[in-house]
Design a protein around this ligand. Structure first.
Ligand code: NDP
Ligand code: OXD
Length: 308
């Protein structure tokens, strides 16, 4: 059985070694050295060029190296075979770390102190206690639920919004469009961890920001297309929003001319909120390869009609 590995960002040699050690008889071929395309039965990919996966006539499954599969399903030529997204303890843990750090940075006003230091201003003020701060997480899947749990463990008041109601300890559940306004109305620090779908694209817009209380913060770690950038800048300029942390952008890398770079109320990070590593992620990928071989349904299979 031959597996195609294609990713501009992941360590090909480490994945090669991790998979061949776990799946006896597996041959890993690293793109673009694919050999005969007809021999490839599984593709393990992140951001393949559009149309590339249509070149493999005997593909049985596509395994995503990313949790978000929006880029894959946007390819009109994506083969109609089962598609699984990445679920990995490292991905979940590093996202929890980033979200906690970004929330604490706003909560403990480090964003403000970074500005007051430049002005040599001794800006003494007491921040509220975590127990008095409400953090709202949009998307309570693998990553959102874990991040919300971590925030609750830290003592924040945590609210979560998802399509279906959830029971997560320490997290008040809001579900569906009908409960979105109530969720936003109570949220002082908003974290977006939604998948990018037709329903969620542009959800971080002027209407959403208007529903947040004055002085709220926004953290987007999901996809750049969730955010309407000009609406964010307008809400920051008006003072309605106090700050934002952005890890993902409509265009990546963020172009040098983007006004987001130089907005003093925005922290830009280069799509590094979380990352999977072969040491922990290869077990799940190997389990899915075994499932393909056994003709079983994939773990973490994407519902293409739903978009995640
Ligand atoms: P999941 O598929 O596990 O979870 C998605 C969650 O979003 C679910 O709780 C789902 O609700 C909810 N949801 C989906 N559509 C809607 C909707 N229309 N309204 C309300 N809630 C909705 O995804 P993950 O947690 O694994 O990943 C989330 C996203 O994080 C990825 O798609 C990716 O874009 C991003 N990501 C970013 C990274 C970075 O480094 N910046 C790294 C990894 C991922 P329900 O549970 O009811 O179905
Ligand atoms: C992902 C990402 O979706 O890194 O996994 O953005």
């Amino acid at each position: 059985m031959a597996l195609l590995f294609l990713s501009p960002d992941d360590p090909a040699d480490a994945w090669h070694a991790a998979l061949e050690a776990r799946v006896p008889g597996l041959e890993v071929r690293i793109w673009p050295e694919t050999g005969d395309p007809a021999e490839i039965e599984i593709a393990l990919v992140w951001r393949p060029p559009p149309g590339e996966l249509a070149r493999y006539p005997n593909l049985k499954a596509i395994l995503s190296l990313g949790a978000g599969i929006d880029g894959l399903v946007a390819d009109p030529d994506l083969p109609d075979v089962p598609l699984a997204r990445m679920v990995d303890p490292s991905l979940t843990r590093t996202m929890g770390e980033y979200v906690l750090l970004a929330v604490l940075r706003h909560h403990r006003e480090f964003d403000r102190f970074e500005r007051t230091q430049r002005a040599r201003e001794w800006a003494y003020a007491f921040p509220p206690q975590a127990a008095d701060r409400r953090v709202g997480v949009m998307g309570l899947g693998e990553l959102g639920a874990a991040a919300a749990g971590r925030l609750a463990g830290h003592g924040f008041q945590v609210l979560g919004w998802s399509r279906s109601p959830k029971a997560i300890e320490g997290v008040a559940s809001y579900a569906g469009r009908s409960e979105l306004h109530n969720f936003l109305h109570r949220t002082e620090i908003l974290v977006c961890l939604l998948p990018l779908t037709a329903e969620t694209e542009g959800i971080l817009d002027a209407a959403t920001f208007a529903a947040l209380p004055h002085g709220a913060f926004v953290i987007n770690v999901a996809r750049g297309q969730h955010l309407v950038e000009r609406d964010l800048v307008a809400a920051l300029d008006s003072g309605h929003l106090a700050g934002a942390t952005l890890d993902v952008f409509r265009e990546e890398p963020l172009p040098p001319h983007s006004p987001l770079w130089r907005n003093p109320k925005i922290l830009v990070t280069p799509h590094v909120a979380s990352y999977s590593v072969p040491d922990t992620a290869a077990d799940g990928v190997a389990a899915n390869i075994d499932r393909v071989l056994a003709g079983k349904p994939l773990l973490h299979q994407v519902d293409r009609a739903r978009g995640y």
